[in-house]
Design a protein around this ligand. Structure first.
Ligand SMILES: [Zn+2]
Ligand SMILES: [Zn+2]
Length: 376
């Protein structure tokens, strides 16, 4: 698994471009004697162990895409692709799922079927949705997955029932004013002043309109406007995301955003529009799947190794799309490096490879337990 992880790490590919990774996975599956179907979402793979007949069928999922980041770890197996890096641990997820595949293939015979899902474009945010449209869940009744998390020490598995990752609603706001000479503002409509005001007003939506007991955040991550010191910028474009942990507050905030954008156009006499891009549902772990996930985790790392994350993460995860159709549980695998490393999505991210065996064992064990419970 360490070899697999390092190979994939060295050759990272971004969302929907995971061609080499996909070919590499197919080779590994072939050498394990596991049948598969490729081409889901271009690079996605569904591998099949056991028969999906009367014994039920359980899905195990790993994402496989990297990020547009230039690696700065200096590791001997660092990215050879300038500007692309596995900075979220998906290289490890692929290695874990291949490890689980080996365990399931060579272990005791299964009472049902297991579908291994190698998924493209998690970072892009809709790989899972695309795979589902192409039928990857056909016949699958429950799904399990995990994510490496360097906030926790290696040997810990973090299992929580209910909402663990937030609703994510990305948006783009465009303000169209009128350009003009910097010295004569009255002849134009300054989109930068209006957009600046809007950024500040947006800060009050969460602080003044959302129940303080319900976690929510709005971040404006991009503000693009103007290109010279002496020209009034005609257009400003803001990009941001809403992260919420409650359906009601989510709707209220989306409504609030539309409201303040509309108001800013009146206030500054320009055109202001907001468009919501495709968002992500929240990851909500079902009670049965979570009970199985917890049992499998205790078996792999002992009762002491199983913990809860407490407050939900405000991060998004497209595993949630699977849970729109079938019950599932997503966990986290502790992977803290003793020497420390940069956080996920940074150029210096790295994780403790000892987590790979934990992840592989848990995935295989979760599948066993689910099939066993289904049989009863
Ligand atoms: Zn990520
Ligand atoms: Zn990730």
């Amino acid at each position: 698994m360490v070899g697999v992880r390092r190979h994939i790490h060295k050759h990272p590919e971004t969302s929907y471009d995971e061609h080499r990774c996909s070919e590499f996975i197919k080779e590994q599956l072939q050498s394990l004697g596991i049948e598969f179907t490729g081409g889901y979402g271009g690079t996605g793979i569904a591998a099949h162990i056991g028969g999906c007949g009367t014994g039920g069928c359980v899905g195990l999922r790993a994402d496989m895409d990297a990020l547009p980041i230039t690696e700065g770890t200096g590791l001997p197996f660092a990215s050879e692709q300038h500007g692309i890096m596995h900075a979220c641990g998906h290289d490890g997820h692929v290695a874990m799922l291949l490890g689980a595949a080996a365990l399931l293939k060579n272990g005791p015979s299964l009472p049902g079927g297991v579908r291994l899902i190698f998924q493209p474009a998690e970072e892009h945010g809709n790989g899972a949705a695309q795979l589902i449209r192409e039928g990857i869940l056909d016949g699958v009744q429950a799904i399990f997955g995990g994510h490496i998390d360097t906030h926790y020490r290696t040997g810990m598995i973090i299992v929580d029932e209910g909402l663990i990752c937030a609703f994510a609603d990305p948006f783009t706001i465009t303000l169209n004013g009128r350009g003009g000479h910097a010295a004569r503002p009255h002849e134009g409509t300054d989109s930068i002043v209006a957009a600046s005001s809007l950024v500040m007003i947006i800060q009050t939506l969460v602080s003044r309109e959302v129940d303080p007991n319900k976690s929510e955040v709005i971040t404006i991550g991009s503000f693009q406007a103007g290109n010279a010191h002496n020209i009034i910028a005609a257009q400003a474009v803001l990009k941001g995301t809403v992260r919420s942990t409650d359906e009601m507050t989510r709707e209220k905030t989306i409504w609030g955003l539309k409201r303040v954008v509309q108001s800013i156009s009146t206030m500054y006499d320009l055109r202001a529009d907001i468009v919501f891009d495709q968002g992500l549902p929240a990851v909500i772990n079902g009670p049965q799947a979570t009970a199985i996930a917890r049992r499998a985790a205790a078996q792999v790392v002992g009762e002491d190794g199983v913990t809860c994350q407490g407050y939900p993460s405000l991060g998004g995860e497209d595993f949630s799309f699977y849970q729109q159709y079938i019950e599932g549980c997503m966990v986290r695998f502790g992977a803290m490096l003793p020497g420390g490393a940069g956080p996920a999505h940074s150029a210096t991210f790295d994780f403790d490879e000892n987590c790979l065996k934990v992840g592989a064992s848990w995935l295989a064990m979760a599948a066993y337990h689910w099939l066993d419970a289904y049989r009863r």
